[in-house]
Design a protein around this ligand. Structure first.
Ligand code: SF4
Length: 215
């Protein structure tokens, strides 16, 4: 199905890689679907866990691909660091959204510029904010097709696919993490907690998006 969809895309295709189990599945499916000419990119927020940086290199070696890094704009970052310090993003929703905007949303805009389609590892079951996603959508904000090949998959199916195909996994998942983001804003979760409970754990569930996937 993914190869049929990709054949219909007329233009450059990007795939976002954010060090999560879903992303390695989406990447594997895209490469097996014959999407050779895609730009694989990561948003380098400069707040990643060391494990994510190691995983970045491991995935590049595993597939023999380059994962392009998009960093925050330096002048915006200087002002943000002055204002928030190390953990000021936890002090208010406004601070957190400003940090996500500078470190993620603005660089994402640069990564998607000129692209006709964007492949993601989003799943509808991940959170209330993602429950309505489709396998193919048109993203008005970035004016491109957004392709979510594992939109209907469960977390179990993701891990089964990884095991069956011997794909590399971010070592944080061996330490109780079930969703991975920036270090100051992500923690491991306890048995029985929601899979996104460790992301921005101080916020209400309806706010738990960084702005990358909001139309
Ligand atoms: S997840 Fe946290 S550290 Fe990362 S960009 Fe958002 S607020 Fe900043």
């Amino acid at each position: 199905m993914l190869s049929r969809i990709l054949r219909l895309i007329n233009g450059k295709i990007a795939l976002s890689f954010s060090y999560q189990t879903e992303d390695i599945v989406a990447l594997d499916l895209a490469l097996k679907a014959g999407a050779k000419d895609i730009e694989i990119f990561a948003l380098d927020t400069l707040k990643h866990f060391r494990e994510c940086l190691e995983y970045h290199k491991a995935v590049e070696s595993f597939y023999g691909v380059k994962i392009k890094r998009y960093k925050p704009n330096r002048s915006s970052l200087d002002g943000l660091e002055q204002k928030l310090g190390e953990f000021g993003m936890r002090e208010s929703l406004e601070n957190r959204r400003e940090c996500c905007h500078i470190r993620k949303v603005e660089p994402l805009g640069r990564a998607l510029r000129g692209k006709a389609a964007w492949i993601t590892g989003l799943r509808a079951a991940q959170s209330a904010t993602r429950s309505a996603i489709q396998i193919v959508e048109f993203d008005e904000k970035y004016a491109l097709f957004k392709i979510n090949p594992i939109a209907s998959w469960s977390e179990r199916e993701v891990f089964d696919y990884i095991a069956r195909n011997n794909l590399p996994i971010n070592s944080l998942y061996n330490r109780g993490f079930r969703s991975v983001g920036c270090a100051p804003c992500t923690r491991a979760v306890q048995e029985g907690e929601d899979i996104r409970a460790g992301r921005w754990w101080w916020e209400n569930p309806e706010h738990k998006e960084c702005g990358l996937h909001i139309k």
